[in-house]
Every structure is written in structure tokens, then in C-alpha cells.
Design a protein around this ligand. Structure first.
Ligand SMILES: [Zn+2]
Length: 75
């Protein structure tokens, strides 16, 4: 998953989503859709950092992703 620019304001949004969460909200998107778009954007941010960093940081990021995954399963 990568980041791309919002077609409306140029802020980062997840690849595959034309608009960023803020623009989605402004255009009247459902709250759940906006929240999902925010989560995708944040995941894409983490993944774009790991793409060109050294092994130690990639390890740390993997740990964070694992924690996030476990937290998610509780809900
Ligand atoms: Zn936008």
C-alpha cells in the first residue's frame, strides 16, 4: 500500500482513494468510511517509511503493526 495525493487538496491519502479523509468528510461521506480512509492512510504512511529504512527500524515497525493488529482483534 502506498500514499498518493488527494485529487482535491493534495494532502496524502491511501493509494486507491481519490480523496483524503478530510475531503471525504466535507463531501458528505459516512463517518465509518472517513475512519476507514484515515486508517488506510496511516497504515500506508507506516509502510512508506519501512520501504527505505534499515533493518532495525523495519523490526520496530513490524512490532508496532503487530500490536495494532492485536488491538484491532479486541474490538
Ligand atoms: Zn483532500
Amino acid at each position: 500500500m502506498k500514499l498518493q495525493k488527494c485529487e482535491r487538496c493534495g494532502k496524502p491519502t491511501a493509494e486507491g482513494l481519490p480523496f483524503c479523509p478530510a475531503c471525504m468528510e466535507e463531501s458528505g461521506a459516512a463517518a465509518e468510511a472517513v475512519t476507514a480512509a484515515e486508517e488506510l492512510r496511516d497504515i500506508a504512511r507506516v509502510l512508506s517509511i519501512t520501504a527505505d529504512t534499515d533493518a532495525n527500524i523495519q523490526e520496530a515497525m513490524q512490532g508496532i503493526l503487530n500490536i495494532a493488529e492485536r488491538l484491532e482483534r479486541r474490538f
